[in-house]
Design a protein around this ligand. Sequence first.
Ligand code: TPP
Ligand code: MG
Length: 323
Amino acid sequence: MSGQLKYEHGFLLGLYERMVLIREFEEQVKYLFLEGRMPGTIHQCQGQEAAAVGVCRTLTDADFITSTHRPHGHALAKGVRPLEILIELFGGVTGCCKGKGGSMHVGNINRGMPPAIAIVGGGIPVATGMALAMEMEKRPNVVACFFGDGATSEGAFHEAVNMAAIWNLPVIFVCENNLYGASTPVGQISRLRTMAERGAAYGISAYRIDGNDVLAVYEAAKSAKDVCLSGMGPVFLELITYRITGHSRRDPCQYQPKEERQQAMQNEPIGRFERVLLQSSDVTRGELDAIRAKVERNIREAIVQAEQEPKPTPEDVLTDVYA
Ligand SMILES: Cc1ncc(C[n+]2csc(CCOP(=O)(O)OP(=O)(O)O)c2C)c(N)n1
Ligand SMILES: [Mg+2]
């Protein structure tokens, strides 16, 4: 046990390191895009790290996730290696999708993450289908299905949550409510006050959690996983969070009121967790600084390697087309 917190020292540092890995990865990648060294576009998750890390900490390689157009954090939290994601972002053949997926489709099935799906809401029926397979094959596993507040207005969300509900499938529906779908505030897309109500409407347990509190997310996901493994799934988790970067790479976020942004910076999950650790556990500032320095160095080294990896040839267009 670590100080007043009922968790092991190493467990707490592990959560911290994974969140710092995601933040540092996203920050370095942002500059690579702005410098024109990386092709395509990106949707980044700075500010939402606690959601990915808190949920994925409860999962094994045999549990699956589905992800969205904003997948880097989910992938890193699920154990996809930074190097294979970076190579993918550079379009290299040794990337996690052989350079054919790019930012919005990163994943590695060996880590329990099929390539992310950038169609808003598109991963939700896939999650229900994977959970059905788990149940039919009697595998003791769950699917954590990540999607945004905006995705709850897609037809696919309603069909897939209902189907998982009537068949008691082991899915944790994880709605990362970052208060905006691109530039549209969530209050403009629904008369409901919460996204959890949309889950509850299908007769399943639904909870609204502080998504910037990594320990609260972890506990909620752990309970949800237990419910799913007992055959009583699915469970819906609405994680309240905030994106402290643009929707996509050149977005100046003018639709986010200045005061709201300032408040969000005070509430961002890594700074918050640092304060909790330093106040209520045995973790020291020196340990946190050492983790940050190590993560930063590792990503810098991975970028140097990733940028040099070979790119696909024109002939590669014809491979991996059909299964
Ligand atoms: C079906 C579909 N419609 C529109 C888009 C364009 N688009 C990409 S992200 C996005 C906003 C999604 O908002 P939300 O689900 O809240 O996720 P967030 O971006 O906040 O993570 C939109 C409209 C898309 N990718 N797919
Ligand atoms: Mg959103």
